[in-house]
Design a protein around this ligand. Sequence first.
Ligand SMILES: [Ca+2]
Ligand SMILES: [Ca+2]
Length: 177
Amino acid sequence: MRDAAVERVSVVFSLFDANDSGKLDGEDFELMARRVVVAADGSGEPALREMVEAFRAYWATLVAELDVDGDGEVTFEEFRTCVLSPERFDATVARFADALAELGDPDGDGLIERSRFLALMKAIGFEEGKVHALFDAFGPSEDDLVAVDTWRRGIVDFYAPDKADIPGDLLVGGGVG
Ligand SMILES: [Ca+2]
Ligand SMILES: [Ca+2]
């Protein structure tokens, strides 16, 4: 596995630990869901509800698959084993990516504006400079729009523990931002 993928696992862990407790717990995912819902300007109630449910399903999968000692929390040591069989998380990550992409495109034209991209990605916990770098890497149009489907694939790759050399690598490391 490439260094970027290893580093990404630790970045994802930090992002998920929204309450900074040093471990993943159910509250982290409630916090992230609330932040994203607040940032999701213009989205309807069903899309918002699905986002909250996708966050809860994500946590339910993580705790079911990775909480080896059964204490109801996932430590980094437990979390890093997600790379051993990443396919266990495919369905959960896909649902999460679908829900997030839906919030990125409330008017359904298949495109996302930089401002909306920034708001949602910052709500998830990414740094602003890195979010801009990622948006640029997706090759925005003259009107500064990116295809939501490109972003959706980027989300899937980012949260899949085994991918290397992906645009989302711009979100880790110290090179940008
Ligand atoms: Ca936590
Ligand atoms: Ca545990």
